[in-house]
Design a binder for this molecule. Sequence first.
Ligand code: ASP
Length: 427
Amino acid sequence: MVKKIRMMKKKLWLTILLAIVFGLLIGVLLSPGVGIISPYWSDVISSWLAIPGYLFLAIIQMIVIPLIFASIIKGIADSGSLEQIKLLGSRILIYFLFTTTMAIIIGLSLGLLIKPGYYVEPKEELLAETVIEEDKIIEINVETFPDMIVNIIPVNIFQSLVERDMLATVIFSIIVGLALASMTARRAKPFLNVVNTVQEFSLVIVRWAMFLVPLAVFGLLAEAVVKMGLDVIFGMSIYVATVILGLLLMLGVYLMIIAFFVKMSPITFLQNIKEAQLLAFSTSSSAAVMPLSMETAEEKLNVKPGIVQILIPLGTTINMDGTALYQAIATVFLAQVFGVELSIFALLLILITTIGASIGSPGTPGVGIVILAMVLAGVGIPAAGIALILAVDRILDMCRTTINVSGDLTASLVMNRLLKHKTIFDH
Ligand code: ASP
């Protein structure tokens, strides 16, 4: 499928890199602190520059739900046998659980070791401007857990589609895919033909959207720099550095898996995935990178198409190691700022809620921080503390999204290796 609809131009990475550099440069020049233009105009100009970026994200968001739906159904139904799907499914889930737990452990350990929260004072005025509405905060505990489990099944799929609920779409697609795989081929074929067409037209639209990428990246970066304010980053530098160090360690874990388990050179791996990483960094949205990740996995990493079609949409939705690691550090950070003691039980609770939160977060910019409220509520940290870390969230979002995408691509190679003799995933 992807072969016919190429979206990766030659040297896409160079285009994105140049756009990042120019975006940063213009962003710094436009920053109110630099004093070339007034804060009002810097705001206005950066918002205009960001238009292609938001258009790009909007087009991808428009098409990502049908694309997930079609890819997963096609991936499952094409493999034909339910046994094989069980084989792939259980391995993927165990692997995702393993890497997410690893990410959270790295996050918690770094947070407890470096103690970034001891370097800042909570600012009352920041806390007063909390942006999180209390009713959005869902507490996870023994009472709410049964409901959460039942709610996994989307009772009204149209509502879920309307609300662009990625997790619900994934679950619905898996169920439909399994049902189709257990029907006779003759019966399933008409619907599968439609699904094929949906996937193809979605990819055509993505390819069109890719034309916007250079301008999108440039504008989003310029706006991010203007809105961020470099002084804020310096003020929170220990926290920012802790998160970035954690994310780099996680990348190290992936590279070790690639070197020792997949037996591919980490350099080759990084060279092959750099387009996807750069796009993730500049858009802060793993959903926006999903089509490119699918093409990267299939064409550059030579992962079997049957694995790619199931794993990448699933991974984009539920496997967010960068987000999980970030949430772990942010929680420990805020606990330190507010002087909340974290017992071993609290740490365990953070582990469990963070796994749940990273599964539930859709891969779009900034969601990680909203979902963080849920984790914080569980251990008694005021959700208002989020206001404190909001100012530096954009840069961290860029970095964690890069790791989220790298994690999915690593997973695709791991599954390819595990299932290398299974020819049913070859088409
Ligand atoms: N922006 C991230 C992603 O799309 C999610 C997050 O906010 O952590 O992967």
